[in-house]
Design a protein around this ligand. Structure first.
Ligand SMILES: Nc1ncnc2c1ncn2[C@@H]1O[C@H](COP(=O)(O)OP(=O)(O)OP(=O)(O)O)[C@@H](O)[C@H]1O
Ligand SMILES: [Mg+2]
Length: 566
C-alpha cells in the first residue's frame, strides 16, 4: 500500500504503511489492521501516524498494539507448533491472525487544502471510514503539524520516535504565554529538557533584541537549587555539558546565595530579617515540623512587632523571652515556635542579615534584570537544602510578584507602550513542595499559577512527583512536557482533566526511561512523543550560535585576512 512519492515530497522520509482502518470510535481511537504479514514489532507506542480519509487527512499517534484473530474458534484452534518459517504460517498470519494498532487521532485537515494553510488543521471531530489507509507520518507531515525550526517561535525540541533526522518543534512564544510543567521520574532527563527549553527562550529573546522586532520575549528567573543551570554539569556518562551562563555570558547573570556561592555569582543574595513574612515560615511547616499553633504565634508576633517580628522571635535574651510571653498565645506554643525558628535561623545564617543598603537588595537587582531582559539564575551554593531553597525562593518571589502587580496596575492606568512590563518566567524545581494541595492556596507560587498571565509572570515548574501538586494548578498549566513516569497516581495527575487523556496513559507508561518525552498542550498542535534532542552536543552548540574560543579566533583571523585583501 505504499504510495509513489510526489515531487513535492521528494525529500521526505519513505512512507511506511500500517494498514487499513477496520474499527474503533472517536472517543476510544480508531483501529488499523496491520497490513499483510507485517508484525507489530515494527511499530512503537507513541509513533506519529497519518490516516488518509476520503475528505480529510487525520494526524495522531499509536496508543496501543494488539494481536487478534478473526474468531474465537480461530483462537481455540490456533496451531501449537512453530509456524513462523512455514508457508502455512504466512497464510494464517494476515488472514486468520493479525496485528492491530489503536490510533488516537488529534487533528484533521481537508485534503487538498494548501500546504501552508495553518487554519486548515483542526481538532479531529470525526473519524475516517472503513479501509482508509493508515501510515507512519513522514517528515513533511511532522513539519506541517509542528512547524519548521527557526520560523516564528518554533524551536526544535527533538525528533519523532525513530525519525532522527526529522524535527519536532515547540512554539516557544506559546509555551511562555501560560505556566507550564516538566515532569518525570528522577533521572529521566527533566533538568536537561528544562535547560534545552531555557536555551531556546534565551536565544529567541536575543534574536528579538537584535532585530528589534517589537515582540517582548520574557526574561527568565531560575531558582537553581542544585547548581545545574548556570555552569557546566556532568552527564551521567561522564562528559561535561555547558550551562546557560557559559552559552550566553552576555544574556545571563548568576546570583549566589549568601557569601558562599558555588562558583561565585556576581551578585550575592542576602536577606534582611525585615523581609521575612509569617507566610514564608509557614510554607516550611513540613520541613520545620511546625505545630498547628505556629500560624497563630507568627501572626500575633507580626501584629505586635511589625517587620521586626522574626528578629524578636529568635532573640535569645531573657528580656525578649519575657516579652514573648505577653504575646497572648499559649506559653508552650510560643516556646515550640521559638525553637523551630531558632533552627531555621541556624540553617540560614549565611544569607540572613540585620539590614541591607538598597543597592545590595537582591530583589531590586533582579527587578532591574527582569526589566532589561537579563536572565537571572539564583544559585544556592552550599545552602542547597530544601529548607533554604523554599525559604529564599518564596521570599524573593513574593516581593517580585508584588512589584509586577504594581507595575501592571500602573500600566493599565496609563497604557503607554514603554510602560508595559516585560513578561517574566520563573523556573522552579521541586515544585510540589510549593504547590501541594495544602499550600497552593496560600503560597505566592500558587497565586502566580492561578492568575495565568494577568501580572506578566508565569511559572515553569519542574517536578518528579506531579501527584503531589494541587490538581487546580495542573489544570492551569498550558503545556506539559512529560518524561517517563511509572507511579499510577503521578500518571493520573499529569493527564487529569485533559481531553488529551484518551490513550495517553499507555503511551506515558511506555516511554523510554531517559531522554524521551510526551509533549501536550498549548505549545504543540497535538500530543506528540519525542526523542529529546541531546543538549550540549556539537549540533546544539552550532544551532544556538555558540562558538569555541578556537572558532572565534579562526573567524577573527579570516576577517582580518579578508580586510587585508581589500
Ligand atoms: N536531552 C538530553 N541531552 C543529553 N543528555 C540527557 C538528556 N536527557 C537526559 N540525559 C541524560 O540523562 C541523565 C539524567 O538527566 P537529568 O539530570 O536531566 O534527570 P532529572 O530528571 O532531572 O533527574 P533528577 O530528578 O534526579 O533531578 C543526564 O545526566 C544525561 O546523561
Ligand atoms: Mg533534575
Amino acid at each position: 500500500m505504499s504510495e509513489p512519492k510526489t515531487t513535492s515530497d521528494r525529500h521526505e522520509t519513505p512512507r511506511r504503511s500500517i494498514g487499513p482502518i477496520i474499527g474503533g470510535s472517536l472517543s476510544r481511537g480508531v483501529e488499523a489492521r496491520l497490513e499483510g504479514t507485517s508484525t507489530p514489532e515494527a511499530l512503537r507506542s507513541g509513533q506519529m501516524v497519518v490516516v488518509e480519509g476520503e475528505r480529510y487527512d487525520f494526524f495522531g499517534m499509536i496508543t496501543d498494539l494488539a494481536l487478534r484473530s478473526t474468531s474465537p474458534e480461530a483462537l481455540e484452534g490456533a496451531p501449537s507448533i512453530d509456524l513462523r518459517d512455514e508457508p502455512l504460517g504466512a497464510i494464517l498470519r494476515g488472514n486468520t491472525y493479525y496485528g492491530l494498532a489503536t490510533l488516537r487521532l488529534s487533528l484533521m485537515r481537508a485534503r487538498g487544502a494548501r500546504v501552508d494553510d495553518e487554519e486548515a488543521l483542526e481538532p479531529a471531530r470525526t473519524i475516517p471510514g472503513h479501509f482508509a489507509p493508515a501510515r507512519i507520518a513522514g517528515s513533511a507531515d511532522v513539519e506541517r503539524v509542528f512547524g519548521r525550526p527557526g520560523e516564528g517561535g518554533y524551536y526544535r525540541i527533538g525528533s519523532p520516535i525513530e525519525m532522527k533526522d526529522v524535527s519536532v518543534c515547540v512554539d516557544l512564544d506559546r509555551l511562555v504565554e501560560r505556566s507550564s510543567g516538566i515532569f518525570g521520574k528522577s533521572g529521566t532527563g527533566k533538568t536537561f529538557l528544562t535547560r534545552l527549553v531555557l536555551a531556546g527562550i534565551i536565544r529567541r529573546a536575543r534574536l528579538a533584541k537584535q532585530t528589534s522586532s517589537g515582540t517582548r520575549p520574557p526574561t527568565l528567573l531560575v531558582f537553581d537549587m542544585h547548581n545545574e543551570y548556570a555552569h557546566g554539569s556532568r552527564r551521567e556518562e561522564g562528559s561535561v555539558v555547558k550551562g546557560l551562563a557559559d552559552y550566553f555570558p552576555a544574556d545571563v547573570e548568576v546570583f549566589s546565595l549568601g557569601s558562599q556561592g558555588s562558583r561565585g555569582g556576581r551578585f550575592v543574595v542576602q536577606i534582611p530579617y525585615s523581609q521575612i513574612e509569617p507566610e514564608d515560615v509557614l510554607l516550611l511547616s513540613d520541613e520545620l515540623n511546625l505545630t498547628d499553633t505556629a500560624a497563630e504565634c507568627a501572626y500575633l508576633a507580626q501584629a505586635r512587632w511589625g517587620k521586626a517580628w522574626f528578629q524578636r522571635m529568635i532573640d535569645p535574651s531573657p528580656e525578649a523571652a519575657e516579652e514573648r510571653k505577653s504575646l497572648g498565645a499559649h506559653e508552650q506554643a510560643i516556646r515550640a515556635f521559638w525553637q523551630r525558628l531558632r533552627y531555621l535561623h541556624s540553617q540560614c545564617q549565611s544569607f540572613l542579615c540585620d539590614r541591607l543598603s538598597p543597592e545590595l537588595d537582591a530583589v531590586r537587582q533582579i527587578m532591574i534584570n527582569l526589566r532589561e531582559g537579563k536572565h537571572t539564575i539564583v544559585e544556592f551554593g552550599k545552602s542547597r537544602h530544601l529548607l533554604q531553597y523554599m525559604f529564599v525562593a518564596n521570599i524573593l518571589t513574593r516581593r517580585i510578584h508584588a512589584q509586577y502587580t504594581e507595575a501592571t496596575e500602573a500600566y493599565l492606568a496609563e497604557p503607554k507602550p514603554g510602560n508595559e512590563p516585560r513578561p517574566a518566567v520563573i523556573v522552579l524545581e521541586e515544585a510540589h513542595k510549593f504547590l501541594s494541595p495544602t499550600l497552593a492556596r496560600q503560597t505566592i507560587f500558587g497565586t502566580i499559577a492561578r492568575e495565568m498571565r494577568k501580572y506578566y509572570v508565569t511559572l515553569l515548574i519542574v517536578d518528579q512527583r506531579p501527584s503531589q501538586i494541587d490538581p487546580e494548578i495542573h489544570s492551569q498549566l498550558g503545556t506539559k512536557l512529560i518524561c517517563h513516569l511509572d507511579n499510577e497516581r503521578d500518571v493520573e495527575a499529569v493527564l487529569a482533566g485533559a481531553s488529551a487523556e484518551m490513550g495517553l496513559r499507555g503511551v506515558l507508561a511506555n516511554l523510554r526511561s531517559k531522554q524521551q518525552a510526551l509533549i501536550l498542550g498549548h505549545a504543540v498542535r497535538m500530543p506528540v512523543v519525542v526523542d529529546t534532542r541531546t543538549y550540549g552536543d556539537k549540533e546544539f552548540d552550532r544551532e544556538i550560535g555558540f562558538r569555541t574560543e578556537e572558532e572565534r579566533r579562526r573567524d577573527a583571523d579570516l576577517a582580518a585576512q579578508q580586510l587585508g585583501g581589500l
